[in-house]
Design a binder for this molecule. Structure first.
Ligand SMILES: Nc1ncnc2c1ncn2[C@@H]1O[C@H](COP(=O)(O)OP(=O)(O)O)[C@@H](O)[C@H]1O
Ligand SMILES: O=C(O)[C@H](O)[C@@H](O)[C@H](O)[C@H](O)COP(=O)(O)O
Length: 238
């Protein structure tokens, strides 16, 4: 077994048969070469996106973007004051997340080429993990890089480019009561439990869309990791 590192930003090889290699391995066999992936852990506020994403980072050894860190200060101020964000507030934020993920993927790819040149190691999977509420279908299309706005009328989609950063969603789904309990227990966060109503009202479930894995809110983090990984593996094998 080659040496591996725990750093999510590492470019060292991951030789153990980790989930990342399983996910990547299937994709590689099917499509003939490595495909970088964007994995978005999504759901309303307080579902456990950050907790699950950090566990997946450690399992899959992928770099990670915390979506909340990319909000402009004005959005944070608004949410902290109990005012839900609008589409106009969210659109630039979602575009920025996609841009950052693409930048990170390019950096990762360049680092990989250098490692291959010097034969220092091998990366088993390329991709980026992101946490983002991604509440509406068209928000997710922005994250997929497929959204094409058309002036004032509803936007259309362009096809996802399988040669770039294919986007998968891990949707944490569960009971509203449990969610409210979790939010009440969480302290020191700008998003207060009262904001949950607007989050739930805005949510358009991603179920039925392409490349979506549903995991249970009620599960432990370890169970959620297994569900996510199994789901991603199944999608890659399709
Ligand atoms: N699987 C889980 N089981 C129990 N509590 C959890 C689980 N995942 C997260 N939590 C707790 O729920 C709260 C919200 O989690 P967090 O990761 O901050 O969610 P989000 O990023 O979606 O807002 C935190 O207090 C966290 O410790
Ligand atoms: O789209 C939104 O309304 C916001 O993005 C909102 O979802 C916020 O970013 C987080 O949900 C709050 O932080 P947590 O998700 O960490 O609770």
């Amino acid at each position: 077994m080659e040496e591996s590192t725990k750093s999510p930003h590492s470019t060292t090889s991951i030789e153990e048969p980790s989930t990342s290699s399983v996910v990547e391995g299937r994709a590689t066999k099917r499509e003939g070469r490595n495909k970088p992936v964007l994995i978005v852990v999504m759901g309303v506020a307080g579902t456990g996106k950050t907790t699950l994403a950090k566990a997946l980072v450690s399992k899959l050894q992928l770099p990670y973007i915390e979506g909340d860190d990319l909000h402009p200060e004005s959005n944070i101020q608004k949410m902290s004051s109990g005012i839900p964000l609008t589409d106009a507030d969210r659109e630039p934020w979602l575009k920025l997340i996609r841009e950052k993920a693409e930048e990170m993927m390019i950096e990762q790819h360049e680092a990989r080429l250098k490692l291959e040149d010097t034969k220092q190691g091998r990366i088993r999977m390329e991709g980026v993990l992101v946490t983002c509420s991604a509440l509406k279908r068209y928000y997710r299309d922005i994250l997929r890089g497929t959204y094409q706005p058309q002036g004032e009328i509803a936007g259309t989609e362009k096809a996802e480019d399988s040669g770039s950063l294919l986007t998968y969603f891990v949707y944490i789904k569960g009971d509203e009561g449990l969610l409210r309990d979790r939010m009440k227990q969480r302290t020191g966060h700008f998003m207060k439990p009262e904001m949950l109503d607007s989050q739930l009202a805005t949510l358009e479930s991603p179920e039925g869309e392409e490349r979506v894995v549903v995991v249970s809110l009620a599960g432990t983090t370890a169970e959620q990791v297994s569900e996510a990984v199994e789901g991603l593996r199944a999608l890659c094998a399709d």
